[in-house]
Write a protein that binds this ligand. Structure first.
Ligand SMILES: [Zn+2]
Length: 274
């Protein structure tokens, strides 16, 4: 028997050894029982409820930063502040994490971190590592976003998570994405195409380039000059009342003669500025 509701999984691009797409929408079997009961709550921070044996209590600064992401995201995107809990299952031991993730989410085995929305419950799974702060910022951003916006398109969900994973102090700037995109652009291996990104329905189809381009559109909308932020916030407001809004690419086409050319110009500008 299959779940009647959609199970959506996302994960940090950095979690992929092969740098391929990482999330997905798929149906899961009901007999894969949740294992929350096996892991007692370890700490809380705002809407976040931490479970597991990782030493999160010793890193209060990180917990508070993750909890504060909800306000940062709500402020930047003009989204409501929702009280829904986000459960974070954090493992001290990497091999235990991978063994349990392989059993529960076999299609996503090997991923360093996961975000799962299952029948309204928001959950993050990750293990302690040198990259745990980036991993948690990415996955918890998904949690805050899903709590506040029910119909986020896949590309925008990932682009926003990539933007917020670097931490508020860096204002979304992701140097690896910039270098990768500039390299692909100059090698003739990439031209931006927002309508193509919008057509992606399965995160398994998203490549490293797609993640980087999704991040760039978000950075362009939130950080470039010309008050482009309202294009994104108006779109997100529309998403609050319909799951089939006018695509963001159509809004941009009304605003700019050539949105893709403006995006490339933004990429070259930030590549030189930082
Ligand atoms: Zn993600």
């Amino acid at each position: 028997m299959l779940f009647p509701a959609r199970l959506r999984i996302c994960c940090a691009l950095a979690a992929l050894a092969t740098a391929l797409g990482c999330g997905g929408r798929f149906m899961a079997r009901r007999d894969r029982a949740p294992f929350r009961s096996a892991i007692e709550p370890a700490a809380t921070a705002g809407q976040l409820v931490f479970h597991g044996d990782a030493p999160v209590g010793r890193n209060r600064r990180l917990l508070d930063e993750l909890a504060a992401q909800r306000t940062v995201i709500a402020d930047r995107l003009a989204l409501p502040m929702i009280e829904a809990p986000v459960h974070v299952y954090l493992y001290a031991d990497e091999s235990t994490y991978h063994r349990e993730m392989s059993a529960r989410f076999p299609n996503f085995a090997g991923r360093r971190a996961l975000f799962v929305e299952d029948r309204g419950e928001l959950a993050v799974y990750a293990h302690w590592s040198e990259q745990v702060a980036d991993d948690l910022r990415h996955e918890v951003a998904h949690g805050h976003l899903h709590a506040a916006s029910a119909h986020l398109p896949l590309w925008l969900d990932e682009g926003l998570a990539e933007f917020f994973e670097v931490g508020a102090a860096r204002r979304g700037f992701n140097r690896p994405h910039v270098d990768y995109l500039l390299g692909q652009l100059d090698a003739g291996g990439w031209q931006p195409n927002l309508a193509r990104l919008e057509s992606l329905a399965n995160a398994a189809d998203m490549t490293r380039l797609d993640y980087a381009e999704a991040w760039l559109w978000v950075h362009f909308l939130l950080e470039s000059e010309g008050n482009m932020t309202t294009v994104l916030t108006d779109y997100l407001a529309e998403l609050q009342i319909t799951d089939a809004p006018v695509p963001l690419s159509a809004h941009l086409a009304r605003r700019l003669a050539n949105p893709e050319a403006a995006l490339v110009e933004h990429l070259r500008n930030v590549g030189q500025a930082f």
